[in-house]
Ligand binder design. Structure first.
Ligand code: GLU
Length: 293
């Protein structure tokens, strides 16, 4: 391709079919499609259904119905993450070969107990930008023999990134270019704030962070447009992209819509559900207006 010809921008909307779409999703989906249209770019839909316990075919169908009702069109076939576990396993194997992951055996309950015990002594436990406690050191500090023995006993485990080791290997500051509704410009990434993030779960051979960076690269996504709730997660994504040698998209984190109580909309926010609003007789144009576009 001649140097002066830029490839077409590629946008994506990537919902998880674990609930019904609400106005916040409509804002995200419409914004992606509008930006693709304005730049003669492509608009893709991706179904993020690695959580096989919470995602259902009914919610997936509802996504197609709601987006079609909004007047959106997307390329087919739609990428469904549950059909591509092999791609995530391969990325995990790359990180393993680099010595950057370890098996994590602690259950949610055990982590909670460790944190509670620590806090009971009046000490604070570090938390990630979403407020969850960082994963304890315990599994990272185990010897190779101990890990082997626990795995041989069939103890369920996830795989986590050894954050310090990964940062050491990258050995340069990471950043991303942001054009969204919050902080803008070149943003310094701070992956350490997330601790040893999970890359593969005990009940799914991937995690949100791993599959999102693999898919954005595989699908040639040039512009990631999503809610400000994922702003800080971008730090982890930039680290994984760097470790896996994947291209760096541009990021645009848009405002979030509050519910009636001023809280962030959730999948259970019934009255703002798109299917509900459609049944109430609202039109796609009404939805555009309601989300402020
Ligand atoms: N699947 C994620 C969600 O529904 C969005 C992922 C992304 O846009 O990076 O919140």
């Amino acid at each position: 391709m001649p140097a002066n010809v830029h490839p077409k921008p590629v946008y994506r909307f990537a919902p998880s079919p674990n609930g019904l779409l609400h106005l916040g999703h409509a804002l995200s989906a419409i914004l992606n499609q509008d930006m693709a249209t304005e730049t003669s770019g492509r608009f893709l839909l991706r179904i993020e259904d690695i959580d096989l316990t919470r995602c259902t075919p009914q919610y997936e169908q509802a996504i197609y119905d709601d987006l079609a009702w909004l007047g959106l069109t997307w390329e087919t076939p739609v990428r469904k993450q549950s059909h591509h576990f092999d791609a995530y396993v391969e990325a995990l194997a790359q990180l393993d070969a680099m010595g950057l992951i370890y098996p994590a055996f602690l259950t949610r309950g055990e982590v909670k107990a460790i944190v509670a015990e620590h806090e009971a002594k009046g000490k604070t436990w570090p938390r990630d930008p979403d407020g969850s406690p960082l994963y304890p050191d315990r599994d990272r500090l185990r010897s190779a023999e101990e890990r082997q023995s626990l795995m041989q006993q069939g103890i369920r485990h996830a795989w986590r990134l050894d954050m310090n080791k990964a940062l050491h290997l990258v050995a340069k500051p990471l950043n991303w270019q942001e054009t969204g509704d919050g902080e803008r410009g070149i943003i310094s990434a701070d992956p350490a704030a997330w601790g040893d993030v999970i890359l593969s779960r005990s009940d799914a051979p991937s995690s949100y962070h791993l599959s999102v960076v693999v898919d954005d690269a595989l699908q040639g996504i040039t512009h990631v447009v999503r809610g400000l709730d994922l702003f800080h997660a971008t730090s982890v994504h930039r680290l994984l992209q760097t470790l896996l040698n994947l291209p760096q998209p541009l990021y645009h984190h848009h405002r979030l819509l509050p519910d009636e109580d001023g809280k962030k909309l959730s999948k259970s926010s019934g009255s703002t559900g798109l299917a509900h609003l459609r049944e109430q007789g609202l039109s796609a144009a009404d939805i555009r207006r309601l989300v402020g576009l």
